[in-house]
Design a protein around this ligand. Structure first.
Ligand code: CUA
Length: 386
């Protein structure tokens, strides 16, 4: 303690860190208002997201009103009833005030009731599983560290269902029922602008409804993210939700249900020869001389009577048409793909050394020490499969 100073006025050296701290805190709080974060639940793009956001706003407004009233009353009391020079002894002592106690019991009851009704109604609205023929049914399998989507009602002439990875396409203004499970550990499916989080649990089935207002621009799908810590690449277990008009969605479905063409010449054909390494884990449905066939493994798991497609790695039949790869993390272009094929774990943290194909445990793509030629040929093959 420095007794040389007036007690009411802290020394400048003590006030400065306080000011710096205060300014820093205000700057941090202001940064929270920037609105630049795409993964925000505060700019909902669908009715379910809006239900959640409206609830948040209601609670925020009520809490702000209570905060302001309490602070004003507190400061008024501190100033109005402060100790004065001519005060002598203690103030008048009172014990209890029935009217006051009833008032401050009733007010919180009214406030909590005003919050509880829309909260409980909102929970039921958001959790309701949509029924009917118009509902788009998508099964979701969470994997360390990517997402698999199967459109169980959409199949080609051979009976193969539409299976894709990390990029979910849905039509606008349509109820989408996600039926979800996990192939390994607990994940959580979260599209902040469309709905809340829902855990994706091994040996369990969980459901989540998505409804999106408007089509998304091709280069700006809604971002999604695994929201339950699931190991090394949890942060990179992302995905995209592309919203399309019904017409565009139907065109996408038709495109996705078509098999990839077997390349017959050039770099793509050479790439197909190198692709033999990939099909230990990745499937692709190709149209060759023997008709339509799956050249990689197609695996399923059964959970609570529901059969989920549960592959070892993302289906690559239409890889070239995806905006991203590496679980929604990297823009799908030549440069990134070349980096990935040269050593996947350089781009995304993975543990391929723990892979056990027999046991169905895959923790990432190994480095196959591919030559530059192989890499270029594989890129030509994959880019052609759009
Ligand atoms: Cu999956 Cu975190």
């Amino acid at each position: 303690m420095n007794h040389a100073h007036n007690e009411n006025e802290p020394a400048p050296s003590r006030r400065r860190p306080l000011m710096i701290g205060l300014v820093g805190l205000l700057a941090l709080m202001a940064a929270g208002c920037s609105g630049a974060g795409p993964q925000t639940a505060l700019n909902p793009e669908g009715p379910i997201g809006r239900t959640i956001d409206d609830l948040w706003e209601l609670v925020f407004i009520l809490a702000t009103i209570v905060f302001v009233i309490v602070q004003v009353a507190l400061f008024y009391t501190i100033v109005r009833y402060r100790a004065r020079k001519d005060d002598d002894g203690e103030p008048v002592q009172v014990h209890g005030n029935t009217r006051l106690e009833i008032t401050w019991t009733i007010i919180p009851v009214v406030i909590l009731a005003a919050i509880a009704y829309p909260t409980v109604k909102g929970i039921f609205d958001v959790r309701a599983i949509p029924q009917g023929e118009d509902v788009l049914q998508v099964q979701v399998t969470g994997h360390q560290w990517w997402w698999e989507f199967e459109y169980v009602d959409l199949e080609d002439e051979t009976g193969r269902t539409l299976v894709t990875a990390n990029e979910l396409y849905i039509p606008e203004d349509t109820e989408v029922n996600l039926t979800m499970t996990s192939a390994d550990v607990i994940h959580s499916f979260w599209v902040p602008v469309l709905a809340g989080k829902r855990d994706v649990v091994p040996n369990r089935v969980s459901n989540l409804t998505l409804i999106a207002d408007d089509p998304t621009p091709p280069d700006a799908p809604h971002p999604g993210q695994c929201a339950e810590y699931c190991g090394l690449a949890h942060a990179d277990m992302r995905f995209k939700v592309h919203v399309r008009s019904q017409v565009d969605f139907d065109a996408w479905v038709e495109d996705q249900l078509a098999p990839a063409q077997l390349p017959t010449e050039g770099a793509a054909a050479a790439g197909y020869a190198a692709f033999g390494t990939c099909v230990a884990c990745h499937n692709a449905t190709v149209s060759g001389p023997d008709g339509i066939e799956d050249i990689g493994p197609v695996r399923t798991i059964e959970v609570d009577g529901v059969t989920f497609t549960s592959s070892l790695a993302p289906d690559l039949t239409h890889f070239g048409g995806r905006a991203t790869f590496g679980s929604g993390t990297f823009e799908n272009n030549r440069e990134h793909l070349a980096q990935w094929l040269a050593n996947p774990a350089d781009l995304k943290p993975m543990r391929p050394e723990l892979n056990d194909i027999e046991a169905g445990r895959i923790l990432g793509m190994p480095n196959f020490n591919l030559s530059d030629d192989d890499i270029n040929n594989l890129i030509a093959l994959l880019e052609g499969w759009d």
